[in-house]
Design a protein around this ligand. Structure first.
Ligand code: AHR
Length: 310
């Protein structure tokens, strides 16, 4: 009888475990991969049954995944949206099924914030401001800049561009001379930078490269090296994310600064879901995650921590 009782307890615990659907953008960058791994590990740690869907950077795949989560009757849905617009109908479907939705990372423009519980994300505009602030201090505000943008229509690209340009507007001798999307990927970062360097007569007159993420910076520094210039010296490099690979590039002197964006958004998202399911309703609509600026002057302690030397 005691064996039967024990197995009933296990069965009822399993039945009460949360099922959460997570629609992820894709795996376009090292930051994104770490983010996915972190969500999966956190779900496992908490005994959450995570239904993970990789949309391969396509909104239509995300919408399909969300509809399938609704059909399966999950307890909650977490969405990291690829672009800002086009979410209203599917979020209304989730609301009609009374399934709470938490937005993480990029934003959604749905005109009615009651369609999601909260959004957990950094301030992308501020990240752009921090990157530009660092660059203007480093150059005295005199600089011809190349910008590699992230995915067009994503709030990460829109916000970072806005914040960077806002600071630049205060410096009459600083300007963006070329700006193109490289879709947040390393391969595009290299390809687009190669063509920009050609168009700029080899790039000797350029002062800096500003990329909306580290992954594009890592591709672009390859292109700069292959063009016979030294990234980090001939062309300063500033980006966003603070992934492990960028610390190696900071150490090598190939990159000058990065604005940190934490990839550990799963824990806070699951906390919110937990509280929501226990009855809490008064959530801030935006839970802001802050990040540091790492440079060649201050990266060492964080580098040691990540490489396990501390
Ligand atoms: O939305 C966040 C951005 O998306 C990260 O900065 C980038 O690396 C990722 O692809």
């Amino acid at each position: 009888a005691s064996v039967a009782l024990a197995s009933m307890v296990v069965a009822s615990q399993a039945a009460s475990a949360l099922t959460v659907g997570f629609s992820q953008v894709g795996s376009e960058s090292g930051w994104r991969t770490t983010f996915s791994e972190s969500v999966k590990a956190e779900a496992e740690r908490r005994g959450i049954d995570l239904k993970f869907s990789d949309a391969q950077q396509k909104q239509e795949n995300q919408i399909k995944a969300i509809r399938s989560f609704i059909a399966q009757g999950v307890d909650a849905i977490v969405v990291a949206p690829v672009v800002e617009t086009g979410w209203r109908p599917v979020l209304m479907e989730a609301a009609r099924s009374r399934i709470p939705v938490v937005i993480v990372d990029r934003n959604v423009d749905v005109g009615n914030s009651r369609l999601y519980v909260t959004r957990i994300a950094p301030d992308f505009v501020d990240e752009g401001r921090k990157a530009a602030g660092w660059l203007m201090d480093a150059t005295g505000g005199d600089c011809d800049i190349v910008e590699l943008q992230g995915t067009v229509g994503s709030s990460a690209a829109i916000g970072r561009m806005e914040g960077f340009n806002e600071v630049l507007a205060e410096y009459p001798n600083a300007q963006i001379v070329r700006s193109q999307t490289a879709e947040f990927t390393r391969s595009k970062g290299k390809e687009v930078m190669e063509s920009i360097l050609k168009a700029e007569g080899g790039g000797k007159n350029l002062c800096a490269l500003w990329t909306h993420n580290d992954e594009m910076a890592l591709g672009a520094i390859q292109a700069i090296k292959e063009a016979g210039l030294q990234p980090g010296k001939d062309i300063l490099v500033v980006s966003v994310d603070a992934v492990d690979d960028i610390f190696t590039a900071l150490k090598a002197g190939d990159v000058n600064a990065t604005v940190e964006m934490s990839p550990h958004l799963g824990g806070p998202a699951f906390d919110v879901i937990d509280e929501y399911l226990k009855g809490k309703r008064d959530f801030e609509k935006w839970i802001v995650m802050d990040g540091e600026v790492f440079t060649q002057q201050n990266y060492q302690a964080e580098y040691n921590k990540r490489m396990g030397a501390e």
